[in-house]
Design a protein around this ligand. Structure first.
Ligand code: RB5
Length: 148
């Protein structure tokens, strides 16, 4: 599995913890920045990362800002992206099983790194259930085809 990871300044410290986890788990990844706690605008970070996932260059994306909200809104503007803001393990698992989320977003100012890493691990391990959930995802895709 190849993972694209990104954050703004608000998510920088948590991103570094997630990168450490990915390295320890021997999961291939690319860091799309930011590379310091200097203030940046979250769409500038989230959209290129989401585009790389949408193009199929990476299997999944993880994007972090202060709350997880700005990067989630930004990533979901990219055609083919289903970004899910998850701050608990149950939602993270269900975002994979029912929504086939291809990007996980979190807020570095919302949760501690220990909890965040449990969420990341659960989210990366979980697969899409398909079946009736695929029908629902297909409806989102049909809408995207008409509107983009
Ligand atoms: C940056 O201050 C903050 O607004 C950003 O990290 C994020 O929380 C936006 O949704």
């Amino acid at each position: 599995m190849k993972v694209a990871i990104a954050s703004d300044h608000g998510g920088y410290e948590l991103k570094q913890k997630v990168i450490e986890f990915l390295k320890n788990s021997k999961i291939e990844f690319k860091d799309f920045g930011s590379f310091s706690t200097e203030s940046v605008d979250y769409p500038d970070i989230a959209i290129p990362c989401a585009e790389a996932v949408a193009k199929g260059e990476y299997d999944r994306g993880i994007i972090i800002c202060g709350t997880g909200i700005g990067v989630c809104i930004s990533a979901n503007k990219v055609k083919g992206i289903r970004a899910a803001l998850c701050h608990d393990v149950f939602s993270a698992k269900m975002s994979r099983r029912h929504n086939d989320a291809n990007i996980l977003t979190m807020g570095g100012r919302v949760i501690g790194s220990g909890h965040a890493l449990c969420i990341v691990k659960a989210w990366l391990e979980e697969e899409f259930d398909g079946g009736r959930h695929k029908r629902r995802i297909d409806k989102i895709k049909s809408y995207e085809e008409l509107s983009y």
